[in-house]
Write a protein that binds this ligand. Structure first.
Ligand code: FES
Ligand SMILES: [Fe+2]
Length: 337
């Protein structure tokens, strides 16, 4: 397995209407993703075979993608279906643009750069389940997928980057059990009673112990679950898409069930989450600047075991090995927040 073997989100379904096209970059590869009038999707390398104009700047005509420069037109299989300057003498033949596999699932459009691996697009937890609602956000980070994913499952930063709004320093010890298995890292926290700052009067008014788990799935997904007693359940799932080596587009799903408050609270939850993510964008963009200047030589504390195990998985993927074959590891840590 390497990074090209996995599925990445190219767009939300609603971003590509019938006869619509968008331009995307995944792992540095340029893509034109378009939909025909029957709703079917295709992804072509975003480069016309003729004189290399970007196909995504063209339009979809009768379900086929037309280049904006001289009008060469491509079918969903990438084959050239029309060359206007040849008029009726054109015979569809051997010319074919590079295509990629596309799958649509749970309101996301996924693309995979390499065919043939056993990977499948991730299933977003509780998406569409009765009683739950989902809020979707997109944010661009000037940093790597691994540093973004590490941030999304990093508790010690929350009191510094998101004071008041997410978590205030209380100088309390947290316990956590960390397990690495099957290409994933799962952290189960103990004795957590308060988070989300001032928001906790709403999320956890009785101050019960929160069931909190953080998971990382190779090579780009994190999923954070909070259970506040009863049915109250809040999930933040982030799919980090490698636009290039230095840029990551993060699709975040906030999926939650708060009983009768689920729908009325949507505007507040969306606003609050975006404020928190903006703070993460700022610190992660800054981190990347120093990485570009001085390199990524990280020192670790016990709380960073989570991150070093994520990095061990990413190193396997970078080497083209299957991270599911890494030996299982489990440990318990204690850290202060
Ligand atoms: S460059 Fe696309 S038709 Fe000429
Ligand atoms: Fe954060």
């Amino acid at each position: 397995m390497n990074r090209e073997d996995y599925w990445y989100i190219a767009a939300e379904s609603s971003e590509i209407p019938r006869n619509g096209v968008v331009s995307r970059s995944i792992l540095g590869e340029w893509l034109a993703v378009f939909r025909n009038d029957a709703g079917e999707l295709a992804a072509l390398q975003d480069r016309c075979l003729h004189r290399t104009a970007q196909l995504s700047r063209g339009k979809v005509v009768g379900g086929h993608l037309q280049c904006p420069y001289h009008g060469w037109t491509y079918g969903q299989d990438g084959s050239v279906s029309r060359i206007p300057s040849m008029g009726p003498e054109f015979r569809p033949g051997s010319k074919c643009a590079k295509t990629y596999e596309v799958v649509e699932k749970e309101g996301y459009i996924y693309v995979r750069l390499k065919t043939g691996s056993a990977s499948t697009p991730f299933s977003m937890p509780c998406h569409g389940v009765h009683g739950y609602t989902t809020i979707r956000l997109q944010n661009r980070f000037k940093n790597t997928v691994t540093n973004c994913a590490e941030n999304f499952v990093d508790i010690p930063h929350t009191t510094f980057v998101h004071p008041k709004i997410f978590r205030d320093a209380k100088h309390e010890a947290f316990g956590a059990v960390i397990v690495r298995e099957n290409g994933s890292v799962k952290v189960t926290y103990q004795n957590e009673r308060k988070n989300f700052g001032w928001f906790s009067w709403f999320l956890n008014p009785k101050g019960v112990e929160i069931g909190h788990t953080d998971e990382f799935f190779a090579p780009n997904i994190t999923s954070v679950h909070y259970r506040f007693g009863g049915k109250n359940h809040f999930i933040i799932t982030s799919q980090s898409v490698p636009v290039s080596e230095e840029e990551t587009l993060v699709y975040t799903d906030l999926t939650y069930n708060y009983g009768i408050w689920t729908l009325p609270s949507r505007p507040l939850v969306r606003w609050q989450a975006q404020v928190i993510i903006d703070q993460d964008v700022e610190i992660l963009n800054n981190q990347m600047k120093t990485i570009q200047k001085y390199g990524a030589n990280f020192q670790n504390s016990p709380a960073d075991i989570i991150h070093t195990w994520i990095e061990s998985i990413q190193a396997e993927v970078a080497e083209g090995r299957d991270p599911r074959e890494l030996p299982r590891r489990e440990t318990e840590i204690r850290f202060w927040v």
